[in-house]
Design a binder for this molecule. Structure first.
Ligand code: NAD
Length: 319
């Protein structure tokens, strides 16, 4: 079994490799060759969450589980709030193959999913990127989005405005002007990424202009919400996995309110495989409900393992 500590990951998986890996697993899901197992997610109290995301990809011969969660007190201790590890197993024998640090991989695979949705669903002429959120994931989201469209400026809003300079610094690193806006100011954006741990909607339907693509990436648990429920009923909806979207994703509230049905939500894999055309007009609002599936974690961890094996990196242990 190969152990890949967190510190090795940055050198093993590039953002491009993460995008390829996530696209491969979304395609395998659309082809019926890969499936996610039911998510276990438990509240530990004081905002802490812990759980397991797992799956089997027969196309990629990958099986595994990500164990981890969200620990909001960590930032004060100098460590990131999201903590996770990915375990890979041989799908034929069940033998353990690898244990891989999952923190950077989570950020890379989440940003990769969002960027894939922007690549396939945003208008080609999208020039203004809006970000709602300014925590750890937001920087990865901004960098990944900038890889798939020629944005000319970035606008940002965050519930804790004192965090926005961190996002502005990432925009500066990309050579993009940044402006902090109020929520109605988000109407200037052609693409909006939401990436917060909000328990209630911030972004309302009248904060979003026609033709916008929304990548809603923060809601990955029952009870979280980033955008107004009514907005979902006005958009063409896409997701990584419909079962997660309607239970733990942004769509959970619209489905519970009877405004949206599971049948109206298209897996992004269907767009990648050509089964669904994606955006149908320049005027419609598209929304990707990125809930984060176990297969994404397995796919990027497998990339890390392959790269490490090719370079003789990591720690081999007998099991
Ligand atoms: P973080 O703790 O670093 O940042 C939290 C963000 O949420 C900040 O922008 C903060 O200002 C905002 N926020 C906190 N309380 C809020 C409130 N009451 N109302 C509105 N905004 C509030 O977290 P992070 O690592 O950047 O993760 C952000 C979210 O993304 C979390 O909910 C996390 O669980 C989720 N996430 C989703 C996926 C996925 O695959 N979909 C993957 C990783 C993380």
């Amino acid at each position: 079994m190969l152990i890949l500590p967190e510190a090795l990951i940055a050198d093993l998986v590039t953002p491009d490799a993460a995008m390829e890996a996530v696209a491969d697993c979304f395609r395998a899901m659309s082809d019926g060759k890969a499936r996610n197992f039911p998510v276990v997610r438990e509240a530990l109290g004081e905002g802490r969450q812990y759980g397991f995301k797992s799956g089997l990809d027969l196309a990629g011969a990958q099986m595994g589980v990500k164990a981890g969660g969200y620990f909001p007190g960590n930032a004060a201790k100098g460590i990131i709030n999201h903590q996770s590890s990915v375990f890979l197993f041989d799908p034929e024998t069940g033998r353990p193959v690898a244990m891989v640090g999952g923190n950077l991989l989570t950020a890379l695979r989440t940003a990769a999913a969002s960027a894939l949705s922007i690549d396939r669903l945003a208008r080609d002429d999208a020039r203004v990127l809006g970000i709602v959120g300014a925590g750890h994931q937001a920087a990865f989201q901004l960098r990944a989005a900038a890889r798939v469209r020629r944005f000319e400026r970035v606008i940002g809003w965050n519930y804790h405005p004192e965090m926005l300079p961190q996002l502005a610094a990432v925009a500066a690193e990309l050579g993009l002007p940044f402006e902090a806006v109020d929520l109605p100011g988000m109407r200037q954006a052609d693409v909006i990424v939401t990436i917060t741990s909000s328990p209630a909607a911030s972004l309302m339907a009248d904060h979003v202009a026609p033709g916008t693509h929304l990548a809603c990436m923060g809601t990955d648990t029952k009870g979280k919400q980033e955008v107004e429920t009514a907005l979902l009923a006005q958009t063409r909806l896409f997701t990584d996995e419909v079962a997660q979207s309607v239970t733990i994703g942004e769509a959970q509230h619209a489905v519970a309110a009877g405004l949206v049905s599971a049948g109206a939500i298209t897996p992004l894999g269907d767009v990648l495989t050509g089964r669904h055309p994606g955006r149908k007009s320049a005027k419609e609002i598209t929304l990707f409900d990125g809930t984060g599936v176990g297969l994404q974690d397995i796919a990027v961890a497998a990339r890390a393992v392959a790269a490490a094996q090719a370079r003789g990196l990591g720690i081999e242990v007998a099991v």
